[in-house]
Design a protein around this ligand. Structure first.
Ligand SMILES: Cc1cc2nc3c(=O)[nH]c(=O)nc-3n(C[C@H](O)[C@H](O)[C@H](O)COP(=O)(O)O)c2cc1C
Length: 143
């Protein structure tokens, strides 16, 4: 049985991920959502959202961290997913669950669930843009 730490914007930042994975028992983490509109974020934005990219996309205690993207446009999501992978992300998580009104008003999160076609389009486009990883690479370091 694997335990995934749920992403929580404003709560589960890198400090919280570091603290909780130090305690142990968590198999995987996800960043807070990185909002994608129509542009490709600079690398600095990815590093701010996920400093673990600089340590093999893992917390100091070896737990993999995926980058979460939130948005409603397939192409920009795919480009940003590619950048996350290029920077070393072990995986990308797509946010279709955020119920916050502000987020939904701006065409992101749970509002996308109203259209299966849009979800399909986003998943397909992002899937084709990033490599299919079949397993995590081994830990780079041991603690
Ligand atoms: C303060 C807060 C922030 C959240 N931020 C995110 C987020 O950034 N991305 C996401 O996918 N879900 C987010 N969620 C949803 C949680 O990850 C989780 O799916 C949700 O709380 C339901 O889990 P539960 O049934 O265990 O409470 C957030 C939830 C809360 C309460």
């Amino acid at each position: 049985m694997k335990l995934f730490l749920a992403p929580m914007e404003g709560v589960v930042d890198w400090v919280m991920r570091d603290t909780l994975t130090r305690i142990g028992g968590i198999d995987q983490c996800v960043t807070e959502f990185l909002r994608v509109t129509d542009r490709l974020h600079p690398e600095s934005v990815f590093y701010k959202n996920c400093p673990e990219l600089k340590t093999g996309s893992r917390t100091r205690w070896g737990t993999p961290v995926f980058v979460q993207l939130l948005g409603g446009q397939a192409e920009p999501l795919a480009l940003n997913a590619q950048r996350a992978v290029k920077l070393g992300a072990l995986g990308v998580d797509l946010n279709f669950g955020c119920p916050a009104k502000t987020v939904n008003r701006h065409d992101g999160g749970a509002s996308l669930l109203k259209s299966c076609d849009r979800v399909f389009d986003i998943v397909k486009t992002v899937r084709q843009a990033v490599p299919a990883l079949w397993c995590f690479p081994p830990r780079a370091t041991s603690h």
